[in-house]
Write a protein of this length. Structure first.
Lengths: 111, 116
């Protein structure tokens, strides 16, 4: 069955420190992975997707099929990065596509 | 991109009653999605609604409990029927749209429902 696991419910770092939010997935098909972010009092929005291989707001994520991981990284965290982060997997099921979300990691960047 | 609004933004309801949540999109979209986010939990897809056809429900969700309407390409409603405290959750509407060359899901602001 398809599943997305984010092992850390809470993550706290200091400003300027590196941050890594972990995401592992389970899927028999070809994976398409995303990171979504929800800042305080804002709606959920896409941060980045693995196929675009972009760096957004200093964040990067590499799909590692061998380890079935898609960890989100940033070398120097900023206070404005404090938010809820969700890893999501796009799956094909019953002829239609849907997103399967992890439980999320709340990142707090302390001054 | 797509801009989505939801009504109401929040509500407090009594057990046994029903609440209809509206979702309005600023552009025509084929597929609309309804999610539930229970306290401390992830987003769970309830159903996918295509215009002109019946909604497709995920395992664990049934039409009698969560009837959905999709009268046109910019609007949908989700009704939470015969509510119990376990239905207290945030309900999110989502659509697929295009940003640059990629399609992605855009989310509404959510409806926070509390059932007493």
């Amino acid at each position: 069955a398809q599943r997305v696991t984010q092992p850390e419910k809470l993550l706290s770092v200091f400003k300027g420190a590196p941050v890594e939010l972990k995401c592992n997935y389970s899927y028999s098909g070809s994976p398409e992975l995303f990171w979504y972010v929800q800042y305080s009092r804002q709606r959920l929005q896409l941060l980045l997707r693995h196929i675009s291989r972009e760096s957004i707001k200093g964040f990067t994520a590499d799909l590692n099929k061998g380890e079935t991981s898609f960890h989100l990284k940033k070398p120097f965290a900023q206070e404005e990065d404090s938010a809820m982060y969700y890893c999501a997997l796009r799956v094909l099921q019953g002829g239609s596509e849907k997103l399967v979300f992890g439980k999320g990691t709340k990142l707090t960047v302390n001054p | 991109s797509a801009v989505i609004s939801q009504k109401p933004s929040r509500d407090i309801c009594q057990r046994g009653t029903s609440l209809t949540i509206q979702c309005q999109v600023d552009s025509q979209v084929t597929m609309m999605f309804w999610y539930r986010q229970q306290p401390g939990q992830s987003l769970t897809l309830i159903a996918t609604a295509n215009q002109g056809s019946e909604a497709t429900y995920e395992s664990g969700f049934v039409i009698d409990k969560f009837p959905i309407s999709r009268p046109n390409l910019t609007f949908s409603t989700l009704t939470v029927s015969n509510m119990s405290p376990e239905d207290s959750s945030i309900y999110l509407c989502s659509v697929e749209g295009w940003r640059e060359v990629y399609n992605e899901q855009f989310f509404g602001p959510g409806t926070r429902l509390t059932v007493l």
